[in-house]
Design a binder for this molecule. Structure first.
Ligand code: 6GU
Length: 250
């Protein structure tokens, strides 16, 4: 997969050299290119923003540097990926559609993503219109209902969520099947040795005995019930409206 990131803070993306994403790059699974938007400015101050037309607080990103950036990045990408390569152009934006595990699954199968980091109040709306007119697929996505200062942190999150789903990036493919959100529920509680642990306050804490029983059928049933209970408590919005909850006693 090729990923291009356009930002005014290229240093913000330095963590993409680390850990699993860094390894995917070194292994040739991920071809990541980070670009400084100011490359495509032409004034002494390398200006990328201006005041909002119509008035109001804050600053808006000017369309010209973005249009030049996309022309250059898309042309270099086509050079590398082949003339018929089609990028998905992604704008992290608090006003976007929710980014979820299903989005990550979908995007992990694309050959080319272009992630464009807005800052300030946002990017001039005509940039999106221009890209759509050029026939490009454009997506605006949000990480959740809160506001970040720019798209960089969202790009770190989106890149990690997507790249770890590419075959060969996470060593044990089975761990991708069992984790939270992969089946629409939160993951069950996890335990490791020692089965009996005395915490620093002196309390003896036993792991659930069923996990030591060796009965894989009963363990799977227990985990499913734990997943459902945890999801009902923490994220009832994820459950079907008709979910019954635990059967009443007696
Ligand atoms: Cl994707 N961008 C920004 N700027 N703020 C956000 C966000 C994205 N998701 C939640 N807040």
């Amino acid at each position: 997969m090729r990923i291009d990131v356009v930002t005014i803070f290229p240093e913000y993306l330095a963590p993409l050299d680390l850990s699993l994403i860094g390894k995917a790059r070194r292994d040739g699974i991920l071809d990541l290119h980070v670009h400084d938007l100011r490359t495509w400015t032409h004034d002494r101050h390398r200006t990328v923003d201006d005041t909002p037309l119509g008035g109001g607080a804050g600053m808006v990103m000017k369309p010209e540097p973005w249009a030049e950036a996309f022309a250059a990045v898309l042309s270099a990408g086509r050079e590398a990926q082949g003339a018929d390569a089609h990028p998905l152009i992604i704008f992290p934006n608090p006003a976007g559609a929710p980014f979820a595990q299903a989005t990550a699954q979908d995007w992990s199968q694309r050959e080319w993503l272009v992630l464009a980091c807005g800052r300030y109040e946002g990017i001039d709306e005509r940039v999106y219109e221009h890209l759509a007119d050029q026939g490009h697929e454009v997506a605006l996505v949000s990480l959740g209902d809160y506001v970040l200062n720019g798209g960089e942190v969202a790009v770190l999150a989106i890149t990690e969520a997507v790249v770890r789903l590419i075959p060969g990036v996470v060593g044990n493919a089975a761990s991708l099947v069992e984790e939270s959100h992969s089946d629409g529920l939160l993951e069950y509680p996890l335990y490791t040795r020692p089965a009996s642990w005395t915490d620093p306050a002196g309390t003896v804490r036993e792991a659930p005995p069923i996990l030591l029983s060796g009965d894989h059928g009963r363990i799977a049933a227990w985990r499913r019930e734990q997943s459902r209970r945890r999801t009902r408590e923490r994220r009832p919005d994820l459950l079907p409206a008709d979910d019954e909850g635990p059967a009443p006693l007696g």
